[in-house]
Write a protein that binds this ligand. Structure first.
Ligand SMILES: *[C@@H]1O[C@H](CO)[C@@H](O)[C@H](O)[C@H]1NC(C)=O
Length: 373
């Protein structure tokens, strides 16, 4: 395939409309998905798009399956919030990424007491057996362990780590595998996108340790929260996934949003955001083991960003009035052109040469899209 063919295909696809999962599947990905949180469930405008399987072939409960919701006091399990989102997937047939079993945050107080190794091991075992047991058969994947590292690559001194060291991770993966053997077992973290920082290196070392101790780790999830104009390049993203691909059978972007750090935004800011999103989607498309992309909610109306980072936001593909942004249109065009040239089915050296130049094409596309608007 010639570079010019891909370029022409992208120009032709410049006005592509949607929907994202349909286009992603045609391009050879398993899914394009979104997080869904409980407060949005009674909003009909929101739900109409969230339940559209052609738009989102996969959903993730943003909060409902976290420890504080599923086992708020020791040995008392509650699944109302998690089920409310999981049931959508049951009805629509969307894939469910389940999130998350063992995380240092949103953790009830009792887990953080000073337990010894055996006590903590029992607490983790009970939690995973119950929660993964409850959702058995429903989860395409489980984020078994979330965010085990500080940004400098040191293990977080979580209650689990203090009691068990790295063994808490091994143990969690083993119990998850016993409880729901058919689900893909993921390690999930943020700031492990841009190759090759200390956190990425620590993650790789940890996965090797856990696997050597006999646990199965099927996937690594890169959350993909980043900032417009400062997000990793496609090359940096691909280099990381190449390293992860040596260890696990699949990788995925699990919580993507790209926030503006300055509001209100200009048209140029929104074009830059489109380009930054294209780097993520392009990197996934060109990494054979990358199975899909999940955005961390699809509309600014329910984004967690303004609450977490005051003054920043507009990180999603739809604005708060449910208008699609340039980033949406660009992603749709990229997926469509990748499908039309069979990008993922022809991983030949010739294609590799084309791939190396897609950043330029993507930039050109963004410009062309902007000019056409
Ligand atoms: C991470 O590992 C890579 C490959 O071994 C190395 O080039 C890089 O310098 C390491 N990064 C850090 C921050 O240690």
């Amino acid at each position: 395939m010639q570079f010019s063919q891909l370029f022409v295909a992208m120009l032709a696809a410049g006005s592509a409309e949607g929907q994202l999962d349909k286009l992603a599947k045609a391009a050879g990905l398993k899914y394009f998905g979104t997080a869904v949180d409980n407060p949005s469930l009674n909003n009909q405008a929101y739900m109409k798009i969230a339940r559209d399987k052609d738009e989102f072939g996969q959903i993730t409960p943003a909060n409902g399956q976290k420890w504080s919701n599923t086992e708020p006091s020791q040995g008392r399990f509650s699944y109302g919030s998690g089920d409310a989102v999981a049931n959508i997937a049951k009805q629509t047939g969307q894939l469910l990424r389940c999130h998350t079993l063992v995380w240092y945050n949103q953790l009830p107080g009792y887990v953080s007491s000073n337990y010894n190794r055996d006590q903590m091991q029992r607490i983790i075992t009970t939690h995973i057996q119950n929660v993964a047991g409850h959702y058995k058969g429903q989860c395409y994947a489980w984020d078994v362990v979330n965010e085990a590292f500080e940004d400098d690559g040191k293990f977080r001194q979580s209650a689990m780590y203090r009691a068990m060291g790295v063994d808490y991770i091994t143990h969690s993966f083993k119990i998850a595998a016993q409880t729901d053997p058919a689900t893909k077992l993921y390690y999930n973290d943020f700031n492990i996108e841009r190759c090759c920082n200390a956190k990425i290196n620590a993650t790789i070392a940890m996965i090797k340790t856990v696997q050597a101790a006999g646990a199965r780790v099927d996937g690594i999830g890169m959350q993909g929260h980043s900032r417009v104009g400062k997000s990793p390049s496609k090359r940096e993203l691909m280099d990381t996934m190449a390293r992860f691909s040596e260890l696990v059978e699949e990788v995925a972007y699990t919580e993507v949003d790209i926030r503006h750090t300055k509001l209100p935004t200009t048209a140029a800011d929104r074009e830059q955001q489109a380009k930054d999103y294209l780097d993520v989607v392009g990197a996934c498309l060109e990494t054979p083991k990358c199975v899909g992309i999940t955005i961390w909610d699809y509309t600014d109306q329910y984004s967690w960003i303004p609450g977490q980072y005051p003054g920043e936001g507009e990180a999603c593909l739809w604005d708060r009035s449910y208008n699609k942004k340039p980033a949406y249109t660009s992603i749709a065009s990229l997926l469509q052109s990748a499908a039309s040239v069979g990008l993922r089915s022809k991983a030949t050296p010739a294609v590799a040469a084309v791939e190396a130049r897609t950043v330029t094409v993507a930039t050109t596309l963004a410009t062309v899209t902007a000019a056409a608007r």
